[in-house]
Design a protein around this ligand. Structure first.
Ligand SMILES: [Zn+2]
Length: 274
């Protein structure tokens, strides 16, 4: 698996039970759930990334299986884009609770590949659940813009609903390695937005462009979700970026929703590192 590096000196971290320690003696505590926190002092302190409430909502919703079509597509793409014979080093940049990471690692193993997998996320709350879901993954709190792994150390990089840090992805992928990038398509959750907002807007679904990464495949995945419980609708809304920008009138419309047919629409793109 891609070895985690010390964020202070860049040395390889030896993973102990209680901490990851580099040869210069920099030490990073391991949480009970398994992740190491690699944010250095000036980065830590304030809440980073998704908070507890958002993580709880997303976990509940994902565990309901509603986004399984995207998970299946990611698994197939990962198997398709990795060579049969070699060990596969997998890194999930923005792994959240590892719902996709764990499934992709399992799919690669089922396909007979030897997999080492790691996940990075800026949210401790997300990684706490990630460690429970996937105890065999190496997990670290860090930014996707400063991934704690060596240059050219990854064969497959996942980037699912997480910021696109193009230059950093070029750095960590081996030549010929593949980035699988999943993002909301233009009409993702349209009916939900229509029900809540006066003037819903479409998502920008333009493909990210990065020198050194060539787009080799683009797949659109969509499904209509028949939500018949208010709590599923509320969880779905809570896990979106718009949840924090909602006024009282919008919130009242959301509270009144007990059933909803809503389109989930994703774009999954594969980029090959030149
Ligand atoms: Zn160090």
């Amino acid at each position: 698996m891609p070895e985690l590096l010390c964020p202070v000196c860049g040395g390889v971290l030896t993973q102990g039970e209680k901490a990851g320690i580099c040869s210069s003696g920099h030490s990073f505590d391991r949480a009970k759930s398994g992740y190491v926190n690699l944010l250095v002092a000036r980065q830590s302190g304030a809440q980073h990334g998704d908070d507890k409430e958002m993580v709880r909502a997303r976990r509940a919703f994902l565990d309901g299986g509603w986004y399984a079509p995207l998970r299946c597509a990611l698994c197939s793409a990962a198997v398709r884009h990795t060579p049969a014979e070699d060990t596969v080093d997998l890194l999930d940049a923005g792994c959240g609770e590892c719902y996709y990471t764990a499934a992709v690692a399992a799919a690669l193993r089922t396909a007979g590949k030897c997999v080492g997998a790691a996940g990075v996320d800026i949210s401790k709350d997300a990684l706490r659940w990630g460690g429970k879901r996937a105890p065999d993954l190496q997990l670290a709190v860090a930014s996707v813009f400063r991934l704690p792994v060596a240059a050219k150390s990854c064969d497959i990089l996942l980037n699912v609903f997480a910021p696109f840090a193009g230059e950093e992805y070029v750095r960590v992928l081996r030549p010929g390695g593949v980035l699988l990038h999943a993002a909301p398509d233009a009409m993702h959750l349209w009916e939900l937005k229509e029900a809540v907002y006066e003037t819903p807007y479409r998502n920008d679904a333009a493909p990210p462009v990065q020198a050194g990464l060539s787009l080799v495949e683009e797949e659109r995945i969509s499904a209509v979700l028949h939500l018949v419980r208010h709590e599923d609708i509320a969880s779905l809304f809570q896990m979106t970026p718009y949840a924090h920008k909602t006024g009282p009138a919008d919130a009242a419309r959301l509270d009144a929703l007990d059933t909803l047919d809503v389109t989930a629409a994703f774009v999954l793109r594969a980029y090959r590192r030149d």
